[in-house]
Ligand binder design. Structure first.
Ligand code: NAP
Length: 297
């Protein structure tokens, strides 16, 4: 029997995922807390929208979600659980706490429902194109069931181990993302003070050893003064907090990530939490000398 997928959370990421599921032949229905977002998407894709989350859960063999944080996933799963049939599967694509993920999976297992944590990386662009990297955790049989569905939203699907390990891998990914953005920010501010043609400089180095997704996708946006979010500062800080909390439990001092937390906190204080995460450079700018090299003695 083909799976019937119910999708919750039609934000920047969820909307792209649903579009890929629908266009690649999966039977998908949607529900969103803010109804109008689901109406628009359901109409454009000619898919079903349910009135309530419970209706969606009752009519799905797989409930898939991409919501904001740990508490949101717990809330959605709690509300949906009593309407889900035995032997159904929950796939969570949000980035949340690994420990809470283990607890949610254990609770669902007790009532005969499978769980796969499947956080993603690749930004709004990856969600729209269906080219996300998916880091999954869960029991082997649950992962094997989720895999053909995840293949509609991503091009690299990796099973990292039991429930929670997908989230731990995503936190590792987030260390790389933010420290990378810090490097991109410092390099651009250095190049600006040295009066380099920055677009030319980025193009010159991006195919070499310094190349990265953050450099190729976000540096051009910084240089164009384009701050619309693919991933907001607020969500980035949520993930930095998840990283630091988990590292704290492991007794690890994450020096660069801890410093970046303070820089993002400054942006949030300035009311910039809704900008894209590449706005990190705006927290560093006031610390850098504004005098170009040619005007220095
Ligand atoms: P977003 O645009 O803010 O969308 C969040 C979605 O979750 C919205 O549909 C929202 O509903 C729904 N939601 C939040 N709390 C809810 C609750 N308690 N009950 C029901 N629905 C709830 O966020 P996003 O950028 O798509 O990110 C979603 C998740 O993916 C996050 O965990 C994020 O860290 C992760 N992620 C994001 C990116 C990225 O580049 N954006 C990349 C990788 C991973 P409303 O419409 O009613 O607000």
């Amino acid at each position: 029997m083909p799976e019937t997928i119910g999708f919750v959370g039609l934000g920047i990421m969820g909307a792209g995922m649903v579009k890929n599921l629908a266009t690649k032949g999966h039977a998908v229905s949607v529900w969103n807390r803010t109804e109008s977002k689901a109406e628009e998407l359901a109409k454009s894709l000619k898919i079903k929208q349910t009135k309530t989350l419970r209706d969606l859960a009752a009519s799905s063999s797989v409930l898939m979600l991409c919501v904001t944080n740990t508490g949101d996933v717990e809330q959605v799963v709690d509300e949906a659980a009593s309407s889900l049939k035995k032997d159904s599967l929950v796939i969570d694509c949000s980035t949340i706490s690994p420990k809470a993920t283990e607890d949610i999976a254990a609770k669902l297992r007790k009532i005969g429902i499978g769980y796969v944590d499947a956080p993603v990386s690749g930004g709004s662009e990856g969600a729209a194109l269906g080219t996300l990297a998916v880091m999954a955790g869960g029991m082997e049989e649950d992962f094997n069931r989720a895999k053909p569905i995840l293949e509609a939203i991503g091009t690299r699907i990796t099973h990292m181990g039991p429930a929670g390990k997908g989230q731990v891998t995503k936190l590792l990914n987030q260390i790389l993302v933010v420290v990378n953005m810090l490097a991109v920010s410092e390099a651009l501010l250095f190049g600006r003070a040295a009066e380099l043609d920055l677009k030319k400089a980025v193009a010159a180095v991006e195919s070499g050893a310094a190349g990265s997704w953050m450099l190729s996708k976000r540096a051009p946006q910084v240089l164009d003064n384009y701050w619309k979010p693919g991933f907001t500062v607020d969500l980035q800080q949520k993930d930095v907090d998840l990283v630091l909390e988990y590292a704290g439990e492991l007794g690890l001092p994450l020096l660069a990530t801890g410093m970046i937390r303070q820089l993002y906190a400054r942006l949030q204080k300035e009311g910039k939490g809704g900008l894209g995460n590449h706005a990190l450079i705006q927290a560093l700018e006031p610390l850098m000398p504004a005098v170009p090299a040619s005007r220095q003695k």
